[in-house]
Design a binder for this molecule. Structure first.
Ligand code: C2O
Ligand code: CU
Length: 454
């Protein structure tokens, strides 16, 4: 699909109704098929799979320290399960079929209920056939409010995505070997909260919290803001102890989040959220700016910290993770269920990637940890593609080249040929997935797991 076709239609974007967030947590979340206009109005609408009959699913919002109880009812044509991405929750509620629960059969309901120890910006998404189900729309934002939230005039959540749509509005072409063995399923249409370039009106001088969430299947977004100035205050839900002034480029890999607190400083009547592409920057959302300047605030905002689980780098158990495979990766063979297969037989099973020589989730965990133990994992991306490695159930820190610990994250981007090390305290008991969030890569072999025994 020709991108400029859509870029030409941006003038009409302010006519699109603003995405309305539900303010209350529904007790019941229906996963079902519905139709929604995703392409510009002159094109057909799209059959989406969604939560709450809206794409993205409703914004779920709760307070830090509360419990969240949600009954997910499956009215889809396939089994499903819901993962609450980034929450340090009870393992049984983690939503991973085959690891923490059986998939929710068609027509059945599963009751999720868990405590919320952390505040921040998270999201929920299907974890069953996720390459297909997330692309079809099964995701939504999840916000946990600080009991002591910073003072802002507006709190805006923007879920960015790139969807791959045919001209007739359909979503097709899953399981194609090119996506599985290359970068993954890259879309042809950028969306913010399910819309093409939506508008979020701002007042001059306002202070605004902007929560960015990437629900992209595989694209690594490089975003920027124009007309707003401030700080990055949290990554992957976790507050930064030392917020940095907003850089020109905000790299957001699949599943990553970034909280910004910005002041509306432009003297123009519009500010922008931009995606930088090879051929320039394009608005992915915009902010009409009006009014005389409100009394501007000053001073940096630091969010209150979430519970801390200190990492002992010296006593830590260590593991290494060699990431191999993909097109131009030269991987000759890998083990699958204990059997050594050559590249050709692997491809025959739709497998193209391996972690430590194993394609698909191994029988034994990468690390078998006792509760409270620290761990370090050195990762080497020996492939021609970027990967976004996500650990369930616990956040980790990047071990920086000088040996200090970087900010807590739950998803880390590794560029081609890059080597990184992460460290965490095994504070949450259970079996936790550790996989690439480029969903095609996970499906095609890039997933392992970690056990934390109480
Ligand atoms: Cu966002 Cu294994 O998931
Ligand atoms: Cu990957």
């Amino acid at each position: 699909m020709e991108r400029r076709q859509f870029l030409g239609s941006l003038a009409a974007a302010s006519l699109i109704p603003r995405y309305a967030f539900a303010q209350n947590t529904p007790q019941r979340l229906l996963a079902s098929v519905h139709r929604q206009q995703i392409l510009p109005a002159s094109y057909p609408d799209t059959e989406m799979w969604s939560f709450g009959s809206t794409f993205p699913g409703p914004l779920l919002r709760a307070r830090q320290g509360d419990r969240l109880a949600i009954a997910v009812e499956n009215a889809l044509p396939q089994p499903t399960a819901v993962h609450w991405h980034g929450l340090r929750l009870d393992n049984a509620m983690d939503g991973v079929p085959g690891v923490t629960q059986q998939p929710i059969p068609v027509g059945a309901t599963f009751d999720y209920e868990f405590a919320l120890p952390d505040a921040g910006t998270y999201w929920y998404h299907s974890h069953a056939k996720s390459m297909e189900q997330i692309e079809r729309g099964l995701y939504g934002p999840l916000i946990i409010d600080e009991s002591d939230a910073p003072d802002v005039d507006q709190d805006i959540t923007i879920v960015v995505d790139d969807i791959r749509l045919e001209q007739d509005g359909t979503i097709t072409g899953f399981d194609n070997f090119h996506d599985l063995s290359h970068a993954g399923r890259i879309g042809n249409l950028w969306l913010a909260n399910g819309q093409i370039d939506p508008a979020y009106p701002l007042k001059r001088g306002e202070r605004v919290r902007i929560r960015l969430i990437s629900a992209a299947n595989a694209r690594v977004f490089t975003l920027g803001v124009q007309g707003l100035e401030g700080w990055v205050v949290a990554l992957d839900g976790m507050p930064l102890a030392d917020p940095q002034a907003l850089p020109d480029e905000l790299v957001l890999a699949p599943a990553q989040r970034m909280d910004l607190i910005v002041d509306v400083t432009t003297d123009q009547n519009e500010a922008f959220l931009i995606t930088f592409e090879r051929d320039g920057g394009y608005a992915i959302a915009h902010f009409p700016v009006s009014g005389p300047a409100a009394a501007a605030r000053s001073g940096r905002v630091i969010l209150p910290p979430n519970p801390d689980y200190p990492i002992d780098l010296v006593q830590a158990r260590t593991a290494t993770l060699l990431i191999e495979g993909g097109a131009m990766g030269g991987m000759r063979a890998a083990r699958v269920d204990g059997e050594q297969l050559d590249a050709r037989s692997l491809a025959g099973r739709g497998l193209f990637w391996a972690l430590n020589g194993i394609a698909g989730r191994p029988e034994t965990p990468l690390l078998d940890l006792s509760l409270g133990e620290s761990a370090r994992i050195g990762m080497a991306n020996n492939t021609a593609f970027p990967h976004a490695m996500h650990l369930h159930g616990m956040h980790f820190s990047d071990v920086l080249p000088d040996g200090s610990l970087g900010p807590l994250r739950d998803t880390l981007l590794l560029n081609p040929q890059e080597t990184r090390e992460i460290a965490f305290q095994a504070h949450n008991p259970g079996n936790w997935l550790f996989h690439c969030h480029m969903l095609a890569h996970h499906q095609a072999g890039m997933g392992t797991w970690i056990r934390v025994s109480a």
